[in-house]
Ligand binder design. Sequence first.
Ligand code: 5AD
Ligand code: SF4
Length: 347
Amino acid sequence: MNVRGLLDILKAEDEFEGFIRAADEARARGVGDCVHLRGLIEFSNYCRKDCLYCGLRRSNAALPRYRMAPGEIVEAALEGARMGLGTVVLQSGEDAWYTAGIIEKIVGSIKEQSGLAVTLSVGDRIKRDYALWRRAGADRYLLKHETSDEALHWTMRPGCGLGDRLRNLEWLMDLGYEVGSGIIVGLPGQGIESIARDVSFMRDLGVHMASAGPFIPHAQTPLKGCEPGSVDLTLRVIAAMRLELPWANIPATSALGTLDPLAQLTALGCGANVLMPDITPGPYRKMYEIYPGKVGSLETPAQSFARCRKIVESAGLAVGTGQGGCARLPGRAGRSMANDWTDRKDA
Ligand code: 5AD
Ligand code: SF4
């Protein structure tokens, strides 16, 4: 589909039901009727970056900061395996305290002691670090491009170019990770055309995982007075991603659940097939405040897990067993775009 076709889905009024049905069918055909649960461990809220939208940004002096010890991270992952999860996602701000060697040991230890798939989500690093972690057994990597509008990207993520993000995504693909990208929907100044291009961007890159969550303003950021993103538009983006990336694992994001308690269930009917219960241990979970009021932050890990299972059952789908990886082979599936993406006007 070209950008114009994608715009039709994002803007559709009367025909929208039809697009949803098509996305739901594409989900069933592309990835089946199981919803995979990924246990999210948010192990450090220190961040060296200063993204305008994010509560973890380094300029937010009001946020109490924490770091989990490596042994504590491994224990939280093993607890996730005992709960019946097949994947853990180790996520943090960009925190140099965790050297490449420390993360290598954490990954190695989890892989040695469990059958878990390990997803890393620790931001921009050098290729050598990504390679080291892959050799240690890391299976997947999440690195959202957030917006493919180059100027907006630069404004929202000061000092960070879209080109560098894309280069990192291609490194990760070359190293054989299953790679995830994603966007924030409703950033101030983001047009709907730019969102349509985001979907094309992820399709062309051939990512294995794709996500979309609505923007939620955080009081301790420069975007505090801005409007939140639209839940309805985010659901349309999910439907468009499913139609364009039928092979991909697509989460019903927590940001959706934060703005509307029913929206994650709705998303499972619009093409999403993944939920990510927060299994971060008690003392820390409230402090990983990317945006305020995050769904589940007041629950225990077991309660988050149970809530996600309930959403899957309400959707009439089954909870997936095992690691629930992407059937599409790792490696660079799409074409190389590092040099030409930002020049393209249509896709
Ligand atoms: N609203 C919605 N999503 C956000 N993220 C960061 N800040 C916000 C916000 N205010 C998302 C980004 C990032 C992930 C960790 O959280 O997509 O990749
Ligand atoms: Fe740091 Fe990620 Fe938040 Fe940006 S979005 S400030 S990189 S945690």
